[in-house]
Write a protein that binds this ligand. Structure first.
Ligand code: ZN
Length: 135
């Protein structure tokens, strides 16, 4: 498995609009793009070689909405870019890593993603990302 860099830091937000405005207007960062992924409204804010991923649930019963209700807004996960996500997931499972996603699945921005279980990563939610090839 080859980890190349921190792809993004995922931030759980209650309402995307004021957060996006804070990063773009107050901090002067660019907005890469916004999209819907299932019930999630997602915006990417590039910061040098990495990104902030702002994630808002539009479904009050959604996993991210429940997370914000319980823990508040803030850092939700760290995403590591890997060269080959299918190989990375198989390698981690073979090493006994507990995964939330047993198989890679489609993520935002055309990427393929898989989450490790925070129980097995000392409390840090880690996402593996293989970027979409349209990038
Ligand atoms: Zn993410």
């Amino acid at each position: 498995m080859k980890i190349k860099k921190i792809s993004h830091i995922g931030l759980a937000v209650a309402d995307l609009e004021p957060v996006r405005r804070m990063y773009t207007e107050l901090l002067g960062l660019p907005l890469d793009h916004e999209e819907m992924l299932g019930e999630l409204k997602i915006a990417f804010v590039p910061v040098g070689q990495t990104n902030l991923e702002l994630v808002q649930s539009t479904d009050p019963e959604g996993v991210m909405a429940k997370y914000v209700a319980k823990k508040g807004e803030g850092i939700h996960h760290i995403a590591l870019e890997v060269e080959d996500i299918h190989q990375a997931v198989e390698e981690l499972k073979a090493k006994g890593m507990e995964m939330i996603d047993q198989k890679p699945r489609p993520g935002a921005h055309g990427a393929t993603i898989a989450f490790l279980h925070p129980r097995a990563t000392h409390g840090v939610m880690i996402e593996l990302v293989e970027p979409g090839h349209s990038d």
